[in-house]
Design a protein around this ligand. Structure first.
Ligand code: BES
Ligand code: ZN
Length: 593
């Protein structure tokens, strides 16, 4: 047994799947996908093949050519890994087909009631497979290390649209009356965590010849306006990393329970509707997901233990794109907001410092539990340090060479280090890269990003409430400046100070979720009662974990707000994605009794 990935039954020495042919029948009533998956092997296969499954019911496995049944056996159920599915393939097997269905509880899927959508009339389905949830949709070698191309047919009820992380290949009436069949093809090999599917009442708008946004009809206009600048971002990113290799760049705006800000599903980035601030101030998330088209999707972390290779490079890239578009001050604000997130994660993991290294060891640990801003922000700072030490131009050339060398492959931190060493002999030692990669916390040589405006804002916030900013000063702040101000305010304030802030900055009514949630976190932590209805509204509507964690944590600070938190959770949790529910439950479990 040769296993590189502690989260997969994938065995390096066993047959390699090269391509999937997937068929999904979307059953909203039963909340299951009926599935047929054909795994096509890179070379004729024989003998034992271990696949990952979680919650799947396997009906039959067979070789279509010759219609030969393939014996299979499911192993014990592991709470993190799920069940190993062991097939015994006859000699010269080119492909094996499995008929199966998913569980209504599949963590990789969320089935929404019509009331949880913007339109309110039709149900909705979306997937979220990173890091190890593809196995709840498809029996597969569910490791980022095992790349596959895929084709898919998705049958949905009439009046629904299906989108996938793949190119559209037409649609037609389904064989079953009252259904429609959508076809997709993803010709480039991708890691399994980039498999993605969404089904709902969807409409699209073109933003450029190669970019389009999808959303519910009620949201599409707003979405098209918010993301109108995407083509410019693609052009900037191409300047940094080389040509965009995935043909189209489309985006899908999901209903508000989507647990992340964005997910870089290839050809179809998934986005939270909380980005629709109406002022284009939150499009850094689009820059981030777009940048993954290179860092993450083209060059991929081999396993979740090397996640920093995806996220650290992508955060760094996102800020390069922002700098190119809006100047170095905008980038400095990005680094400052990131520092805030980094500090919060270091604090949260102070009792598990082994999760603050970049190259992690996650045997027995659920990747969702290891998730934090550390691979993002510590990782991005390592990349920035390398760039500063090597020089911007040399580093730019390095990046292009890195992309060329490893495109469409999945690599480890060790392979990455070896490549850096080859290109810049001695550089890793010079910057103390071992401490960055393998030791907890932040090394002393971490780069700091400052700007005068940033410093002045931080000082002003720290002086509150003794010093209150003048009306004209506050009126001139951009949303990002206001966010930095709020992030640097004391975490608990007196009632009168909360009232003053809200009155002068009109915070409770904001539609910009970064600002709104930052404010509500301060107000909730200050037990400032006038915001409680708004806190309830946000926590029952939105499932983005980035917002749930700080808000529920802030509510944990006082008796009265703890009761409120438990009450809101009881009301809201059935609408949360399983991942969000788990995160909030973890926060509530830590409340003092
Ligand atoms: N790939 C991540 C989201 C993710 C990570 C999902 C791990 C599941 C497991 C995505 O690219 C991401 O980082 N999203 C951020 C965006 C932000 C850093 C700009 C988010 O969701 O907030
Ligand atoms: Zn990311």
């Amino acid at each position: 047994m040769s296993r590189l990935d502690p989260h997969s039954h994938f065995d390096d020495l066993q047959p390699r799947t090269e391509r999937w042919c997937l068929r999904f029948l979307v059953d909203f009533d039963r909340r299951v996908l009926g599935g047929e998956a054909t795994l096509v092997f890179a070379a004729p296969a024989e003998g034992t093949l271990d696949l990952d499954t979680k919650g799947l019911t396997i009906f039959r496995a067979w070789v279509q050519a010759g219609d030969v049944d393939v014996p299979f056996e499911l192993g014990p159920d592991d709470p993190i890994l799920g069940r190993r599915l062991r097939l015994t393939l006859p000699a010269k097997t080119g492909a094996v087909t499995l008929a199966y269905e998913t569980s209504p509880e599949a963590i990789g899927l969320q089935w929404l009631e019509p009331a949880q959508t913007e339109g309110g009339h039709k149900p909705f389905l979306f997937s979220q497979c990173q890091a190890i949830h593809a196995r709840t949709l498809v029996p597969c070698q569910d490791s980022a290390y095992a790349r596959v191309a895929y084709e898919a047919e998705v049958v949905v009820p009439e009046g629904f649209t299906a989108v996938m992380s793949a190119g559209p290949a037409g649609d037609e009436p389904g064989a079953i009356p009252g259904t429609r069949l959508f076809r997709f093809t993803m010709p480039q090999p991708i890691p399994s965590y980039l498999l993605a599917l969404a089904v709902g009442d969807l409409e699209s708008r073109d933003l450029s010849p190669r970019a389009r946004v999808w959303a519910e009809p009620a949201t599409i206009g707003k979405a098209a306006w918010e993301f109108a600048g995407v083509e410019e971002m693609i052009v900037r990113a191409e300047g940094l990393f080389g040509p965009y290799d995935w043909d189209r760049y489309d985006m899908l705006v999901l209903p508000p329970s989507f647990p992340y800000g964005g997910m870089e599903n290839p050809r179809m980035t998934f986005l939270t509707p909380t980005l629709l601030a109406g002022d284009r101030s939150l499009v850094d998330v689009v820059a981030h997901e777009l940048a993954h088209s290179w860092t993450g999707n083209l060059v991929t972390n081999a396993t979740a233990e090397h996640f920093w290779l995806n996220e650290g490079f992508t955060v760094w890239a996102e800020r390069k794109i922002l700098k190119a578009l809006h100047g170095s001050e905008a980038a400095a604000f990005g680094w400052s907001i990131g520092q805030n997130a980094l500090d919060e994660s270091l604090e949260r993991f102070k009792d598990t410092p082994e999760l603050t290294v970049l190259r992690t060891h996650l045997e027995g640990i659920d990747p969702d539990d290891a998730f934090s801003s550390i691979p993002y922000e510590k990782g991005a700072r390592l990349v920035a340090l390398l760039e500063a030490t090597a020089g911007e131009e040399a580093f730019g050339e390095f990046l292009q060479a890195y992309m060329k060398r490893f495109r469409f492959t999945s690599i480890t931190t060790e392979q990455w280090s070896a490549f850096v060493e080859e290109r810049f002999p001695g550089l890793l030692a010079k910057i103390g890269a071992d401490a960055w990669l393998h030791e907890p916390g932040m090394p002393a040589n971490a780069p700091v990003f400052r700007s005068e405006t940033l410093e002045a804002l931080e000082a002003l916030a720290k002086a509150f409430p003794a010093t209150r900013p003048e009306a004209a000063v506050m009126a001139a702040w951009s949303p990002t400046e206001l966010l930095v101000y709020l992030q640097n305010l004391p975490r608990t304030l007196a009632f009168a100070d909360c009232a003053w802030l809200d009155e002068n900055l009109q915070l409770t009514g904001r539609g910009n979720f970064e600002l709104l949630v930052e404010w509500l976190t301060i107000a909730a932590g200050s037990a400032y009662e006038p915001v409680f209805p708004r806190v309830r509204e946000v926590l029952t509507r939105v499932g983005r974990m980035k917002y749930l964690r700080p808000l529920y944590s802030a509510l944990g600070q006082h008796d009265a707000t703890r009761a409120l938190a438990r009450d809101i959770f009881a009301q809201a949790s059935k609408g949360y994605h399983g991942l969000s529910r788990r995160v909030v439950q973890g926060v509530l479990d830590k409340f003092p009794a």
